[in-house]
Design a protein around this ligand. Structure first.
Ligand SMILES: Cc1cc2nc3c(=O)[nH]c(=O)nc-3n(C[C@H](O)[C@H](O)[C@H](O)COP(=O)(O)O)c2cc1C
Length: 341
């Protein structure tokens, strides 16, 4: 079946696939080989230099070229996944090896022995907030080598922001997106994955730049403030820069968000945002005026103080405490809160 579906496709595209140019290696970590110990696992031996990790696999060089372009737009550590067995030609004999690797995973996706062995890696996904996966498509699925990495490491990506860039000749990427979500069940996937294929590869640098800008809102495009409106009155909120505020600002760029909030504990107005934001909770003692993310999906507006595990969003810029309490209708029941840019 696997073969039947794709045979026509390959009859047309094999010459294109096989003519992929060699792309110079992305500058990754020096002496990676030395730093990897052959323990069959993740040594995570290199310290992260930032909050973003780009993980890629490339057989014929297309994904490597994508990573080269991507890392001119975003600052990231780069991890290349390599098969344990060197020198295999996944495309030989009408893609026989690649085909059987994908067939084995499809048959038993929950069985570790279905996944081809990969070399140990020297970056630990748990050290990063954002992970961008750059992978080829094989027989409509994610390339088997990348699936091996995610089968082993995907559980370390809980609550991380996950970006996905897929390179194919022409097949659509919906099954690759499904593979990624199966292998990283608790990742927070960006709404838009990027698909590079034979027809748009000529414009890939522009497409990657636009995707990175839209997805990660570079600091210089991140606003200092958002607005909170209650009963026709608006207060500015000075926001901090973290993954939660980035995601909130991205959502507010689409449309303002309104929600119902109620009094709790005599110190706050709390209500459900109607969506989850990437939390990075820590123990915080709040002050009146603080705007806080609670439980990843509720916004708390403080007119008093509390100590709990929260993610900071920002601070309302108010006059006196009485004015803040009047604005939030403290102790007076439900209010409708609108957040906007
Ligand atoms: C084993 C194998 C299977 C592939 N299956 C498909 C496919 O079903 N549809 C498709 O459009 N491209 C397919 N391709 C082509 C790759 O997705 C495409 O050339 C991709 O850009 C390769 O990325 P890379 O150069 O980084 O390895 C396949 C390639 C290989 C090696």
């Amino acid at each position: 079946m696997l073969r039947t579906v794709a045979i026509a496709f390959f009859a047309l595209l094999a010459p294109v696939l096989l003519s992929c140019e060699k792309v110079p290696s992305v500058t990754t970590d020096t002496n990676q080989e030395e730093q990897q110990q052959d323990n069959g696992g993740n040594t995570g031996s290199l310290k992260p230099t930032g909050s973003t990790l780009v993980v890629y696999y490339s057989f014929t060089g297309n994904c490597r070229a994508i990573v080269n372009a991507l890392t001119t737009n975003i600052k990231a550590d780069v991890l290349e996944i390599l098969p344990a067995e060197e020198g295999l030609d996944y495309a030989a004999d009408n893609y026989a090896i690649g085909s059987s690797l994908i067939a084995a995973i499809r048959e038993k996706p929950d069985d570790a022995s279905s996944y081809p062995a990969i070399k140990p890696v020297n970056r630990n996904a748990a050290d990063y907030d954002t992970i961008i996966i750059v992978t080829p498509l094989w027989w409509s699925n994610m390339a088997a080598i990348m699936q091996s990495y995610l089968f082993r490491e995907g559980s370390k990506m809980k609550d991380k922001t996950i970006g996905l860039i897929v390179s194919s000749a022409s097949s659509g990427i919906s099954s690759v997106v499904a593979d990624a979500k199966r292998l990283i069940p608790e990742g927070r996937f960006l709404a838009k994955s990027l698909w590079i294929n034979s027809s748009n590869r000529g414009q890939q640098d522009t497409l990657i730049k636009e995707w990175a800008e839209a997805s990660f809102n570079n600091n210089d495009t991140m606003p200092d403030h958002i607005n909170i409106t209650v009963s026709g009155k608006t207060l500015p909120v000075a926001i901090v820069d973290n993954n939660a505020t980035k995601a909130l600002v991205a959502a507010l760029r689409e449309a303002p968000i309104s929600y119902e909030a109620s009094d709790y504990g005599g110190f706050e107005k709390v209500g459900p945002l109607g969506r989850s934001l990437p939390a990075s909770d820590s123990q915080i003692s709040t002050l009146a005026g603080d705007v806080i993310l609670y439980s990843g999906n509720q916004i708390v507006l403080f007119y008093g103080s509390n100590t709990w595990s929260y993610t900071r969003i920002g601070r309302m810029e108010y006059g006196s405490l009485d004015e803040l309490k009047a604005f939030l209708k403290a102790g007076q029941g439900n209010i409708t809160v609108t957040l906007s840019l």
